[in-house]
Design a protein around this ligand. Structure first.
Ligand code: 8YV
Length: 329
């Protein structure tokens, strides 16, 4: 679409200053008054007046909100890669384009996967808590023993951009790469990563030392790691999730960690964010982070720039570069 006037853009959360300033220059932008997630009423009001809505993962844009959107709302330019907070079918039915910000948070998220693998395998959370508690009695030859990573097998569930960036890093730590995906990646990438494709997720899970969840949350991946599959993991296995909490059955995972049926888990995301299963908080064998996988200053600015590029190209009548058609796994 081409429109000579500036679009009215409503941003739901506080973004980095440089991003907000550029948006103010380019569009009729309404910035978030404070950094609290908008409630449903405020979201509905924003969607009633905006040409473009810029939401984040903390805004649930469901079919009801989309149905009630004003006639001007033509673009939802989400600040983030995952789009499971937006009802894509409802948006499509209303002729609303949805864009996201893929690519720019790949490396930061992959770094966080490695941080969680290391933190879980080497018990960093426990060690830190021990020192802070004042109960550390000094070095001991058999205390705080973790697991060596070199020589172990990493199973990556979802071999997209982030999965591949994890694989590159993990190889430097001496992990061998295995993966499960809808289909194998390009043979050249597979050869470069010396990665083994597993068509059967069950078979892969039963043989891995470390498992990293890197697929998006879609109806097909909801509880992909359910109680039955979690039970396939070996007693020394470690599970890391930086994707979406919904991909793992959090209650089942909690039970498995309580009984020490696996060695540990590193979680950056939760099924009912920001709520965390209170039983997880009591466990030593889990590292818990507050959804900060892509939280770098540089990454947030890059994400904002992608949002701006998407809005500009859409408003200039072009297909925006990060148009979301369908998320698949
Ligand atoms: C973002 C994320 O910070 O982009 C994603 O999918 O999970 C996060 O890293 C968040 O989504 C911003 O909306």
């Amino acid at each position: 679409m081409t429109d000579r006037r500036k679009p009215t853009v409503i941003v739901t959360r506080k973004l980095p200053d440089v991003v907000e300033t550029r948006m103010m220059e380019l569009f009729h932008t309404r910035l978030a008054p404070d950094d609290r997630p908008m409630d449903r009423v405020a979201l509905a009001a924003a969607m009633a007046t905006a040409d473009v809505l810029v939401p984040t993962v903390t805004d649930r844009i469901d079919s009801g909100l989309i149905a009630a959107a004003g006639p001007n709302l033509r673009l939802i330019a989400s600040f983030g890669t995952g789009v499971d907070h937006i009802d894509l079918d409802a948006a499509r039915a209303r002729g609303i384009t949805v864009t996201n910000t893929p690519g720019v948070l790949t490396e930061d998220t992959a770094d966080m996967v490695m941080a969680l693998i290391l933190a879980t395998a080497r018990r960093l959370g426990e060690g830190e808590r021990l020192v802070r508690s004042g109960r550390w009695n000094g070095w001991g030859p058999t205390t705080m023993l973790g697991q060596r990573l070199r020589g172990k097998r990493l199973g990556i569930v979802g071999m997209g951009r982030i999965g591949q960036a994890v694989a590159v890093r993990a190889r430097a730590f001496g992990l061998s790469i295995h993966y499960h995906n809808r289909k194998p990646v390009h043979p050249e990438i597979e050869a470069e990563l010396e990665a083994t494709f597993w068509e059967s997720l069950d078979q892969m899970l039963a043989r891995m030392d470390v498992v990293s969840i890197n697929c998006p949350h879609t109806p097909a991946t909801y509880h992909l790691l359910n109680a039955r599959r979690l039970k396939l993991l070996r007693p020394h296995a470690i599970l890391v999730n930086t994707s979406r909490g919904e991909v793992v059955d959090e209650a089942a995972l909690t039970r498995i960690l309580q009984t020490e049926a696996i060695a540990g888990a590193g979680l950056d995301v939760y099924e009912h964010e920001p709520a965390v299963n209170p039983k997880l908080l009591e466990l030593e064998n889990v590292v818990l982070l507050p959804h900060m996988g892509s939280a770098t200053t540089e990454g947030r600015i890059d994400m904002g720039e992608r949002v701006i590029v998407n809005i500009r190209s859409f408003w200039d009548g072009h297909s925006p570069p990060d148009r979301v058609l369908q998320t698949m796994f």
